[in-house]
Design a binder for this molecule. Structure first.
Ligand code: PLP
Length: 396
């Protein structure tokens, strides 16, 4: 293939319109209409509504967890958990995660301490955690990335051995299991995101899971106080209510979870077969789980082997209307306000820095078909084969 076939150099793009990243679940119009008809008939939008309550019940059954507390998004869910758990001082979390993981701590008046990651799994480096624990650390926030897990069982042992609390940002891990146990049951609490890009969508939304009765009462009282028979005294309240409209979509999305997971897995397997043949593109497997939602396709680009740097590859795909992105970028230690401590982190987060410079997320989800994956993989193969020509032409 000559470079003239690439949209970056003026050819027609491979896709007529941008192919997005993310699950982007849309139920059929008839189901959507029926669900919203019910909301209109009941004339009830919010506050402990029937759909909201049904969703909490269904989530508890699905996950086998005692309390599923729905919230308006995962970010506020993480803020509420940090507050409800009574954390103080510092909390350890990976530097390679979404900004909300760390910002939830800052909002709760806590200081994040960033840990490096394992380059093969992208999950927090378990062997580096103990070295970060001092008398001011009150908790570890594990982050279950990419439909995989950060090894909650080992983290539980580590937290117990060091006398600190443990909870999880499980925004990426809805429906995944570890040795048959649903993520949502580990640590003191876990927080899922139901953002539109996630496999379970409320358009915006999330849920906090816990098996701790007292913590659940505190969380329900913070949310604010509807939905608990037993309001407890808390220091701060938030508005994290999930509306009936959000719950309606989430209920349909939960019903369709098996189909959406299956579709994702089929697409992922297709990517896997193709990407494994391309030198320099290393797909991350969802490790540490017995069942994955296959919500993400993330790989790292080895510029030397692939022939093209990651950012140029993103430009090539963008020109073809494929929305690929650097996710996560940059490492959290390089974002405001944490960058103020950069001199401390300079040589401690080398894997995070390396991955942030090389990782790329590719489209998967309800709007992606097997044919689109085939076309994307063809672009990647052609880009590798024409890498020398593309690089020299791009530089001119
Ligand atoms: C790891 C992680 N944590 C937290 C969040 C925040 O989720 P939400 O958008 O529901 O607040 C995200 C969002 O993508 C995420 O990727």
């Amino acid at each position: 293939m000559s470079t003239t076939n690439f949209a970056l150099f003026g050819a027609k793009p491979a896709f007529d319109k941008p192919l997005p990243i993310g699950q982007l679940y849309f139920p059929s119009w008839q189901r959507y209409e029926a669900a919203f008809h019910g909301i209109f008939e009941r004339q009830y939008y919010n506050n402990n509504g029937p759909l909201h309550n049904k969703l909490e019940e269904k989530l508890q059954q699905f996950l086998g967890v005692q309390h599923a507390i729905c919230v308006s998004n995962a970010t506020i869910g993480l803020m509420m958990v940090a507050d409800a758990m009574g954390l103080s001082g510092k909390v350890i979390l990976p530097a390679f995660t979404f900004i909300a993981s760390a910002q939830s701590l800052t909002w709760a008046g806590l200081k994040p301490v960033f840990c490096d990651i394992n380059l093969a799994t992208h999950q927090i480096a378990l062997d580096q955690i103990s070295g970060l624990i001092d008398k001011d650390v009150s908790a570890i926030m594990g982050v279950n990335l990419w439909g995989g897990s950060c090894n909650p069982k080992e983290l539980s042992k580590l937290a117990a051995a060091n006398g600190v609390q443990l909870y999880f940002d499980s925004a990426h891990a809805f429906g995944c299991t570890v040795d048959g146990v649903s993520i949502g049951n580990f640590g003191d609490a876990e927080v899922f995101s139901f953002h539109a890009t996630k496999i379970l969508s409320a358009t915006e939304g999330g849920c906090i899971c816990t098996n701790d009765e007292n913590l659940a009462e505190r969380l329900r009282s913070i949310r604010p106080s509807y939905g608990t028979d037993n309001p407890v005294s808390i220091v701060r309240v938030a508005n994290a209510r999930m509306s009936e409209a959000q719950a309606a979509i989430a209920l349909m999305s939960l019903e369709d979870f098996p189909e959406n997971q299956k579709n994702n897995e089929t697409l992922y397997r297709y990517y896997e077969t193709q990407l494994d043949t391309i030198p320099g593109l290393h797909l991350v497997r969802p490790t540490g789980v017995s069942f994955s939602n296959y919500q993400y396709v993330v790989c790292s680009v080895d510029e030397r082997e692939f022939g093209i740097p990651r950012d140029l590859l993103i430009e090539i795909l963008k020109a073809e209307n494929v929305v690929a992105r650097r996710y996560f970028y940059p490492g959290l230690h390089r974002t405001i306000p944490y960058v103020n401590d950069l001199s401390y982190y300079q040589d401690r987060l080398l894997n995070t820095d390396s991955l942030c410079a090389s990782c790329i997320q590719l489209p998967i989800g309800a709007l992606v078909t097997a044919q689109s994956v085939e076309r994307i993989c063809n672009i990647l193969i052609q880009a590798h084969q024409s890498s020398a020509e593309i690089s020299s032409r791009y530089e001119k």
